[in-house]
Design a protein around this ligand. Structure first.
Ligand SMILES: [Fe+2]
Length: 167
């Protein structure tokens, strides 16, 4: 894929937001949008291919994980756009930037499925932690968005991990 020649020449924000704030929020939220989008895609992969005794529970809860990941990606992306900058969440961009491990293809037992999705949640959580830390001084309103996403990721991780762990 190649960039359109009509792409914006300048990254200057279009809104009234401080350019430094907009750029900082974009720097922290764009990687978060990428990993949440990967979580949504690989979450569906897991939803379709899970097998095992607790199939139905895991199958159904993975759809909740996917829905949340899409909601939070939208929330973070729209925060960047609200501050006047575009978001680059094209498929090829996400594929080249994500640090998540590509799960193995094919049917998988529920324990392995859960381990894969929890690992993906942990990658997204690392991104959101960086945003929480980096945005505290720069833009508390954006930090609030990151904190809300962190709370949701923690809860979904708990619901998943509780299937396979007593810790
Ligand atoms: Fe489904």
């Amino acid at each position: 894929m190649t960039d359109s020649k009509t792409a914006s020449k300048s990254a200057a924000p279009m809104s009234g937001a401080d350019p430094e704030v907009a750029s900082g929020v974009s720097q922290f939220f764009t990687p978060l949008v990428h990993e949440l989008t990967v979580l949504a895609i690989n979450g569906k992969q897991a939803h379709w291919n899970v097998r095992g005794r607790d199939f139905l529970e895991v199958h159904e809860f993975l759809d909740t994980v996917v829905d949340h990941a899409q909601e939070w990606a939208d929330l973070a992306a729209e925060r960047v756009v609200a501050l006047g900058l575009p978001i680059d969440a094209r498929m090829a961009t996400i594929a080249s930037k994500s640090e998540a491990t590509n799960p193995k293809a094919g049917f998988k037992q529920s324990d392995d499925t859960i381990a894969d999705v929890v690992a993906q949640i942990d990658v997204a959580t690392a991104r959101v932690n960086a945003a929480i830390e980096g945005l505290e001084e720069l833009d508390p309103a954006s930090q609030d968005v990151a904190i809300a996403i962190r709370q949701g990721l923690d809860k979904d991780r708990w619901f998943l991990a509780a299937h396979v762990s007593v810790k």
